[in-house]
Design a protein around this ligand. Structure first.
Ligand code: HEM
Length: 487
């Protein structure tokens, strides 16, 4: 039987084709409440798009544990081989707006929400293990260079290269972005990384530092710039078509989940700062350990309700998983929930896609759209109370973290090696990959003032002379002065 069409208040609608008018030719009567409701609703159909990562694609799936890592973490999600936890993933590009074309060279977001038995654990990562900046004070500046110029309303290569050339910590991520991996054909064909260092806490309350990796089991696949412009000419929604289509056909994408684990006290011994988001931990020192399989196997029923309204936050951790001193992570712990309260409203965590699959008890009150049922125990609306209100769980307290040093604004660019890891990555590329990297960089630098280009060429040269010379040559610029400038 077909459902009865109703107003939002549930009353049946007699006519959904013709407005209520005075006479056949009009005018329309103000009492046409159904017309007013329809137009008013339409005016409110958009919410603010995400300030970054606005264009996205998502699906539901599962995390299945294949190996026991309970020696490192007591998190229930990892407690047993064979355990399966439901989750949702949202992938995205960073810079483009909600309607941006999918096949653009950009970092891809790789955001995961695991609905665990101890609350939601969100891992809000990217398809790259590092990032452009290492101090959160620079994040809004960096994003401004990726968005539109205030006057021209165009994206500005000058702004991008000006910022990057003045921020050598970006070199590692810039090298990834302009390599083949900067333009994956689909999110199914790329890895994901938690990127930051997080912590694991085990049942003995010992802390380990941890990095999360998601290795695609579909194989890596990338487009060249030329292939991507062909794709965008034909469809702007190539990733949505690919991901949604694959899941509809029961071709469920899968990733091998791995962790790198570092004993807590090793953090003082490594030659690099293990909490610096522009650095990787060499696999030879901290080999990846298999944990499980991530599989996406169900498309959302309603894109807006489930993918636009999904709200990920690095602050969502569960017992057994914690933060690290990484400055960028610390800022993100604040920034995401703040963004959600603005974008979705105070009670965004109660929306079906965000709601944990466990009971929620807290002493927050009221606010716009407080739509969920009241607590059964109405007298316990403050804490402490004598009315059997929800109580703390001291057993989940983390072990104390040793911190020392003077509070100050430390210059993160002093004495920090921004070149070795970027150069190591460059040296892994074969001749064709290097040639495409040089070409992609030269193409992206068109129209940028030569003094900015020269400043950036010095960074490439410092990572590896072949890198600097290769890009300069593609740009038709002299290479003789590079060695001296890089001293
Ligand atoms: C989205 C802030 C760095 C990955 C966002 C949003 C904000 C934000 C405000 C929009 C949230 C929303 O409206 O739902 C920041 C700040 C950063 C930072 C302040 C640094 C200080 C990073 C890094 C990564 C990352 C390092 C990856 C390792 C993402 C992803 C999304 C996102 C994947 C989209 C999440 C989704 O699909 O809903 N970020 N971000 N961000 N960010 Fe960041």
């Amino acid at each position: 039987m077909t459902d009865k069409l109703t107003t939002t208040a549930g009353a049946p609608v007699a006519d959904n084709q013709n407005s209520l008018t005075a006479g056949e030719r009009g005018p329309v009567l103000m009492q046409d409440w159904q017309l007013v409701e329809k137009l008013a609703h339409q005016n409110r159909e958009r919410i603010p798009e995400r300030v970054v990562h606005a264009k996205g694609w998502g699906a539901y799936g599962t995390l299945t544990i294949t190996n026991d890592i309970s020696q490192y973490t007591k998190a229930s999600v990892f407690s047993q081989v064979g355990k399966t936890t439901p989750m949702i993933a949202r992938f995205s590009t960073v810079a483009g707006e909600l309607g941006a074309a999918d096949a653009e060279r950009d970092v891809r977001g790789f955001a995961l929400k695991f609905y665990t038995e101890e609350g939601n654990w969100d891992l809000v990562g990217n398809n790259t293990p590092v990032f452009f900046v290492r101090d959160p004070l620079k994040f809004p500046d960096f994003i401004h260079t990726q968005k539109r110029h205030p006057k021209t309303n165009l994206r500005s290569p000058t702004a991008m290269w000006d910022f990057w050339s003045l921020s050598p910590e970006s070199l590692h991520q810039v090298t990834i972005l302009f390599s083949d991996r900067g333009l994956p054909t689909s999110v199914r064909k790329m890895n994901g990384y938690g990127s930051h260092t997080y912590s694991f806490i085990n049942a003995q309350n010992e802390r380990f530092w941890v990095k999360f990796h998601f290795k695609t089991l579909q194989g890596h696949e990338h487009w060249t710039n030329a292939e991507a412009s062909d794709v965008v000419g034909k469809t702007r929604e190539s990733t949505q078509e690919d991901l949604f289509g694959a899941i509809e056909k029961s071709e469920f994408p899968r990733w091998k989940v791995q962790v790198q684990v570092m004993p807590e006290t090793d953090a003082d011994k490594t030659s690099y700062n293990p909490f610096d988001l522009t650095k990787v931990w060499p696999h030879a020192e901290y080999p990846p350990i298999d944990v499980g399989i991530l599989e996406l196997n169900r498309n959302p029923e309603n894109y807006f309700a489930e993918i636009e309204q999904v709200a990920f936050s690095p602050s969502n951790i569960v017992p057994g998983i914690g933060f690290s001193p990484d400055k960028m992570l610390q800022a993100r712990i604040f920034s995401y929930a703040d963004a959600h309260r603005y974008r979705l409203g105070t009670h965004y965590e109660a929306l079906p896609v965000n709601a944990p699959k466990v009971p929620v008890h807290n002493y927050h009150k009221d606010g716009a759209m407080r739509f969920f049922p009241p607590a059964t125990n109405n007298d316990a609306y403050y804490e402490p109370n004598s009315f059997n209100g929800p109580k703390e769980t001291p057993a989940v307290a983390e072990p104390p973290l040793n911190i020392d040093g003077n509070a100050d604004r430390y210059n993160h660019r002093l004495g920090n090696d921004d070149y070795t890891q970027a150069g190591n990555l460059f040296r892994l590329f074969n001749a064709e990959q290097k040639d495409r990297l040089f070409g992609n960089l030269a193409a992206a630098m068109q129209g940028v003032p030569v003094e900015i280009i020269n400043r950036q060429l010095v960074h490439f040269y410092r990572a590896d002379p072949e890198y600097g010379i290769g890009v300069a040559t593609k740009l038709g610029l002299p290479t003789e002065g590079l060695a001296a400038a890089a001293e």
